[in-house]
Design a protein around this ligand. Structure first.
Ligand SMILES: [Fe+2]
Length: 290
């Protein structure tokens, strides 16, 4: 096995990484300044244990990975996602015969429920660590997914504010979603999570609140929580923490829900956009001092 790695300058985006492994040459280029990497020249259907380790290291470092030009069946998608852990079945709306894949299809802007900043399913005690999307149809322009780097958002806080948020926990709830789907709000999932989450692999700290699901701080009323949450919601998606991905057919994109918030931008009208989604189980988030 021959391997050549040219990685100098990747942080500055001046030089891509090139790995050679047999005939399978992998190139890694930064996606944007705040986060993300585009991994090209690979067929992810032939991922072995060594290559998966490289991908996981890249994911922990860059938080979002884009693999362009893939040709995946549903089984291929499942097999690749399963390298990271157990998949989460969707209670409704999954593909026939594939309980771990849900199709995200453009039904028009008014019916799009993903137009808000969030980390996936934080209302669960063990939220999914990764979300993996595969594009089957994409608009020529628009319909991007936006990301915000929550490690950067945490690091940019003052020492005083870090001390405050390090010690807080927040209640998350799927109430708003239940209301949207006409379900019983009283039965909506709920969870208590640290406001600052320590990544269970990289150990880096990240802010872990989102406007979609966070309700209030533990021990604080909703009214008392509101002022600080409003500040954090604004801060955590500052432009310099953001990147956006323009989808192309064949893109497989992984993002790390422990590290980023995301937002599905609906600016493509009724143009077709069809994306298959899988989610990988995560652990219960631990706090800054755990
Ligand atoms: Fe989402």
């Amino acid at each position: 096995m021959q391997r050549l790695a040219l990685c100098a300058g990747i942080a500055s985006g001046t030089l891509s990484c090139i790995y050679e492994k047999g005939l399978n040459a992998m190139q890694v280029k930064p996606m944007a300044a705040p986060m993300g990497a585009v991994v090209s020249g690979v067929d992810i259907r032939s991922t072995d244990a060594d290559r998966w380790q490289e991908y996981n290291t890249l994911l922990c470092e860059h938080h979002v990975l884009v693999f362009p030009d893939q040709q995946l069946s549903n089984d291929d998608h499942i097999a690749f996602a399963s390298l990271w852990g157990d998949l989460i079945p969707f209670p409704y709306g999954s593909l026939p015969g594939y309980p771990n894949i849900i199709a995200l299809k453009n039904k028009g802007k008014r019916k799009d429920v993903n137009q808000h900043w969030h980390s996936d399913m934080t209302y669960n005690v063990q939220p999914p660590k990764l979300t993996m999307l595969y594009a089957l149809e994409a608009p020529a322009i628009g319909g991007e997914t936006a990301f915000a780097n929550q490690h950067m958002a945490y690091e940019e806080l003052s020492d005083g504010m870090k001390q405050v948020v390090d010690s807080l926990q927040a209640h998350h709830s799927a109430q708003a979603l239940a209301r949207l789907y006409g379900e019983d709000e009283a039965k909506a999932s709920r969870a208590l999570h640290p406001v600052v989450r320590r990544h269970d692999e990289s150990e880096s700290k990240a802010l872990y609140v989102c406007q979609a699901f966070t309700r209030r701080f533990e021990g604080w009323t909703r009214e008392e929580s509101k002022w600080l949450l409003e500040y954090l919601y604004k801060h955590c998606v500052r432009e310099e923490f953001q990147a956006r991905h323009q989808w192309r057919v064949g893109d497989l994109v992984i993002w790390d829900n422990r590290s980023v918030l995301h937002y599905a931008v609906h600016d493509h009208g009724d143009d077709p956009r069809l994306i298959h989604r899988c989610q990988v189980e995560g652990v219960q988030p631990r706090g800054a001092s755990d």
